[in-house]
Ligand binder design. Structure first.
Ligand SMILES: NC(=O)c1ccc[n+]([C@@H]2O[C@H](COP(=O)([O-])OP(=O)(O)OC[C@H]3O[C@@H](n4cnc5c(N)ncnc54)[C@H](OP(=O)(O)O)[C@@H]3O)[C@@H](O)[C@H]2O)c1
Length: 251
């Protein structure tokens, strides 16, 4: 098996691939031969990722701009993918938002925003992708949950709920789509060095590291390697699972 071409000829959509974990997943998928479709709220956000991928593959990837909290924009994104490629092999539901609020301070707007991106956006993309995956030979869907969706965290009740729901979506979809050959798995990262965690206080990060046997934050490329496993034939008999990429936090 050629371990640098694990995704040869696969058409892959990585949502939220303008930066952070999504950007690294898009890179690694492209390095492994996938034809990656980049996605962000606006096209300009993905230009840097697109240029980096062009350096690796010689091909400028398609960028689709869509607000994942808006169903009509998601629907249009999948229509565009169908028009250009006629099928989809891989979907990484990575776009996500985090807003910390203590109980009593969580507004209806906070809940709407967090759930519409992290949970409803994931579910809408999964449904629309499943239709385009009928013509795929080894389709795989990877949903980004979080260790917070399993363990919970102070100040992150709404986020935790939105990410716990992603695990429920993953298990149900794995059961329902398995007979069609579509595998559905989730990743639950611990703290990963991206923009998303920049607002966390030193004390909060230090407390997290104390409970992390590997004693450091994770890197976006370390989550990408787990996504590559779930996207490729290396995990051909794995579905409905949530893999923690957290340095041993829950051990
Ligand atoms: N970092 C961590 O410690 C950590 C831990 C566990 C789980 N996760 C999960 O991993 C995923 C990636 O996180 P990250 O740390 O890489 O985050 P990030 O650096 O903040 O990047 C978030 C990505 O999501 C996109 N996005 C956000 N809202 C969107 C919307 N309404 N419509 C379309 N795209 C939207 C952003 O696009 P724009 O650039 O266009 O804004 C960006 O590409 C998220 O689902 C997150 O919850 C992260």
């Amino acid at each position: 098996m050629d371990l640098t071409a694990l995704l040869e000829n696969k058409i892959a959509l990585v949502t939220g691939s303008s930066r952070g974990i999504g950007k690294e997943i898009a890179h690694l998928f492209a390095k492994n031969g996938a034809n990656v479709i980049l996605h962000g709220i606006i096209e300009d956000h993905c230009q840097e990722t697109a240029q980096d991928i062009k350096k690796i593959t010689g091909i400028t990837p398609l960028i689709i701009a869509a607000d994942i909290s808006d169903y009509s924009q998601i629907d249009q994104m999948f229509r565009d993918i169908f028009k250009k490629f006629k099928r989809l092999d891989l979907l990484v539901n990575n776009a996500g938002v985090l807003e910390d609020r203590l109980i009593g301070m969580i507004s209806a707007d906070n809940i709407d925003k967090i759930f519409s991106v992290n949970t409803f956006g994931t579910l809408h993309c999964l449904q629309l992708a499943a239709r385009l995956m009928r013509k795929s030979t080894a389709p795989s869907i990877i949903n980004l949950s979080s260790i917070i969706g399993i363990e919970g965290a102070v100040g992150q009740t709404a986020y935790a709920a939105s990410k716990a729901a992603v695990i429920g979506i993953t298990k149900s979809a794995a059961k329902e789509l398995g007979p069609q050959g579509i595998r559905v798995n989730a990743l639950a990262p611990g703290l990963i060095e991206t923009d998303m965690i920049k607002h966390l206080s030193e004390n909060k990060v230090a407390a997290h590291l104390e409970n992390t046997p590997l004693g450091r934050l994770g890197l976006p490329e370390e989550v990408a390697k787990a996504a590559l496993f779930l996207a490729s034939d290396l995990s051909s008999f794995v579905t409905g699972q949530t893999i923690q990429v957290d340095g041993g936090l829950r051990v």
